[in-house]
Design a binder for this molecule. Structure first.
Ligand code: B12
Ligand code: SF4
Ligand code: SF4
Length: 336
């Protein structure tokens, strides 16, 4: 399967249920940006608008679930004093976009050689809604936490697809209800972002709060806790992930900087050159240095450790107003 952990085929027809969901979420102000500008929306759910003459969508899933053998050997700031932050699992290893793109390019090449057909690859930043395409191609189910869950690997997978002019045998969508009366993810979510089963208020989701530009909303900062990129709570508690198989993808075999539990003071002190050198191969690189330092400040404030006061005093003199404002907030939390 070219290194994917699941693959399936859907006809290149509009994803009607996803289109209705997207309309509903947009009307309620839930998606928050991410390119959902009016006029672009149709493309998110219509493979025919991604590639003229498209006949099929090949949806794929790649597991990033790796268990490090020891926490210390995945630590990039060993012995560093002060509090630690937490990085979501999808950003422990190398950039997952590149891992998906490489495999999708091989699949497109193979299809071209076999059938002469053209294909367009999408993965996260592409025009299609990846989860909806994956469900339509039968590779998994939606959980109430909105994650796509696949057999054997759970929801610890990233998704992509090839929209292709090749006419391939379609798979059936899996429409059984996996969750039943379970609601563990909804109860565990630190911000109450899963407002209904299968509906996320992205404005409240910690994953969004660690990726968004500008200031983190003051009323939600405490709930972000020690998370400096992404959030795994609704997947950690999911019984469907209990026996998830580990990945064999080499890109996720080891942590990449800043690691799973980065020391927060070095993260705050990171220069532009250090960011370029250490973070660029990580999935989180796109948020840039300012947002990562801002996230470190929120986590430092939440840690409440007096040892961080000198660094917070220094950060209040930072040239960036977002850093200064978050440093002042964190100082208030540490001192009280
Ligand atoms: C914007 C976005 C976010 C936003 C908003 C998420 C949201 N609203 O769901 C934020 C920043 C919060 C986010 C967070 C995360 N994200 Co994100 N995100 C995206 C992105 C770019 C668009 C998703 C989106 O807005 N969808 C809009 C909603 C309306 O559509 P949907 O999610 O596809 O599904 C709904 C409808 O289609 C409808 N539906 C349609 N058909 C059917 C059929 C049935 C039976 C049912 C019940 C429902 C249903 O209900 C679904 C649930 O609401 C995608 C990449 C992409 N291009 O698709 C990645 C993506 C969804 N994210 C991904 C990941 C890994 C994450 C995080 C786990 C990262 C992390 N650890 O922090 C969290 C998980 C949060 C969560 N519980 O969903 C993966 C999902 C992997 C998976 N196994 O599901 C994706 C696919 C990226 C990728 N290429 O792998 N994300
Ligand atoms: S990723 Fe975190 S904040 Fe977002 S819905 Fe899941 S548990 Fe809630
Ligand atoms: S925690 Fe329970 S309700 Fe939530 S996705 Fe997993 S099985 Fe479904």
């Amino acid at each position: 399967m070219l290194g994917f952990h699941a693959a399936g085929v859907a006809p290149a027809r509009p994803l009607e249920r996803a289109a209705a969901a997207l309309r509903d979420r947009t009307e309620r102000g839930l998606p928050r940006g991410y390119g959902f500008a009016p006029g672009r929306k149709a493309k998110f759910t219509d493979p025919g608008r991604v590639l003229a003459g498209a006949k099929s969508v090949v949806a794929v899933a790649l597991s990033y679930f790796f268990r490090a053998t020891c926490a210390d050997c995945e630590d990039f700031t060993p012995g560093s004093p002060g509090p630690r932050g937490r990085v979501a699992r999808f950003a422990w290893g190398s950039d997952y976009h590149k891992a998906l793109e490489r495999r999708l390019a091989s699949l497109a090449e193979w299809l071209r050689e076999e059938s002469g057909c053209e294909s367009v690859a999408c993965a996260d930043t592409g025009p299609l809604l990846d989860r909806a395409a994956a469900r339509q191609a039968g590779i998994g189910w939606y959980g109430k936490n909105c994650a796509l869950i696949i057999p054997r690997y759970g929801s610890w997978v990233v998704l992509g697809e090839l929209v292709t002019t090749a006419e391939l045998e379609p798979d059936e969508p899996r429409d059984t209800d996996l969750c039943g009366s379970c609601g563990l993810c909804m109860k565990a979510c630190p911000t109450g972002a899963i407002i209904e089963p299968y509906v996320i208020d992205a404005n409240r989701c910690v994953s969004h709060l660690t990726q968004m530009k500008g200031s983190a909303p003051p009323d939600l900062r405490e709930m972000i806790g020690d998370r400096v990129y992404g959030c795994d709570v609704c997947q950690d508690v999911c019984p469907q992930n209990r026996n998830a198989l580990p990945t064999d993808a080499e890109e996720f075999a080891h942590s990449r900087p800043p690691g799973r539990r980065p020391a927060l003071l070095p993260l705050l002190a990171m220069t532009g050159a250090e960011f370029e050198e250490s973070i660029t191969s990580n999935t989180m690189a796109w948020i840039g240095r300012t947002r990562l330092r801002r996230n470190a400040l929120v986590a430092i404030g939440n840690a409440g450790d007096p040892e961080t006061i000198p660094a917070l005093v220094e950060a209040q003199r930072d040239p960036d107003p977002v850093i200064r404002a978050h440093a002042a907030w964190a100082m208030g939390k540490v001192e009280c």
